[in-house]
Design a protein around this ligand. Structure first.
Ligand code: SF4
Ligand code: SF4
Length: 365
């Protein structure tokens, strides 16, 4: 790409080292790594800045946490830092369930730009993320990508470009084109359309009041046990309990819905599910004989891989988007050894039993 005088850009703000920094918070499979790469390439090759991009992810699987970092500066400056972005001028949150997760909004400046993929209103997202200052941009990237048969990353790129106020959309369009053209030429047009929709459909809200948000400092992970204080023999004195594990933030906005009236209690979904999500109870089979019957998925443990939907022989499980019209209606029972058996609702408050039987989720008209 040749940088024209018109495309040469001045950064709106920089930190004490002269960098404008961006951090993309996502889970594996949402395409944050590619989005960061396209952003950095576009700003360096198309807008004449110097910059660097890298990502950090855990195990190579869908659902694991992913952070993608972009750092840009004036062309006459060298990038000599490859540390994670601790204080982002722009934060992209690829899944709104990540907002309450510790560390997602850490290190923001009072005037940072936050771009969130969510079907909710800007006010609701601000409330959930306790965001009371800066600029908040909300885009329903999942809906756009489902409609365009793409992934959410290009919709998020469109929203990020618009909210940033200084990135040239045409340069990023060229970056998307270059990324897909060689290997996946058929994906170029749908992704450009997804980008345009993200750019046009994002809702941006700038907070002018004092707000209640206080940026949390970025805290490096420090192991509680080390060579100086580890128990003799490496004994684990507190093994923890997976009953409290919550995989809902690993879902990419789609999940299985259970239709009891179609289920034949064959158990294939339970054999297939990698996370033991399905709950069974004593009941009666179709002939009225005592049998174990499926109660439904316990969504706390569901990571949305949809293997159960594929295996179900009678379409008693269907893929649905996690949209506001699905409201969580029931409490979840967490299972464990007798002394650890706890009963609590999804948000870890004591369960209120006697609510609706049947589905944990129901479609609200
Ligand atoms: S989508 Fe289905 S198979 Fe995958 S974790 Fe959830 S319940 Fe289990
Ligand atoms: S695979 Fe389908 S029919 Fe079989 S138990 Fe699961 S939901 Fe029911």
């Amino acid at each position: 790409m040749k940088v024209t005088e018109k495309q040469q850009v001045t950064l709106p703000r920089t930190n004490e080292l002269g960098f404008y920094e961006m951090r993309l918070e996502a889970v594996g499979g949402l395409g944050a790594n590619l989005a960061g790469q396209v952003l950095a390439q576009s700003l360096v090759l198309g807008q004449g800045l110097n910059g660097a991009h890298f990502s950090s992810y855990g195990s190579e699987k869908k659902g694991s946490p992913v952070k993608s970092f972009v750092r840009v500066c004036a062309p006459d400056k060298e990038v000599r830092s490859s540390s994670p972005v601790e204080r982002p001028h722009l934060l992209g949150v690829f899944h709104h369930c990540l907002l309450p997760v510790e560390g997602t909004t850490a290190g923001l400046y009072p005037d940072s730009v936050i771009v969130v993929n969510s079907p909710d209103s800007v006010e609701e997202v601000a409330d959930r993320g306790r965001i009371g200052s800066g600029t908040l941009a909300v885009v329903d990237a999942l809906l756009i990508s489902v409609q365009e048969n793409t992934r959410i990353n290009t919709a998020m790129l469109g929203a990020i470009v618009r909210a940033s106020g200084f990135i040239d959309p045409q340069v990023v369009r060229e970056g998307i084109d270059a990324s897909f053209r060689e290997k996946y030429p058929k994906l170029v047009e749908p992704n450009l359309k997804t980008f345009d929709r993200g750019y046009n459909e994002v809702k941006i809200w700038t907070f002018t009041g004092s707000g209640s948000f206080k940026p949390k400092p970025f805290q490096r992970y420090v192991p509680q046990l080390g060579y100086a204080n580890a128990p003799m023999g490496g004994i684990i004195t507190n093994p923890g309990n997976t009953a409290h594990k919550d995989l809902s933030a690993s879902r990419q906005g789609i999940f299985p819905i259970y239709h009891r009236h179609l289920c034949i209690d064959c158990g294939l979904c339970t054999q297939t599910c990698p996370d033991y999500v399905f709950v069974w109870e004593k009941g009666l089979d179709k002939n009225g004989k005592p049998a174990m019957v499926m109660k439904g998925p316990n969504y706390q443990y569901c990571k949305g891989c949809l293997k159960c939907v594929e295996i179900c022989p009678v379409a008693a499980l269907t893929m649905e988007c996690e949209r506001p019209e699905f409201r969580f209606t029931g409490d979840v029972q967490l299972w464990g050894p007798p002394d650890a058996l706890v009963t609590m609702s999804r948000n870890n408050e004591p369960a209120k039993w006697g609510q609706e039987e049947g589905y944990y989720w129901r479609r609200v008209s």
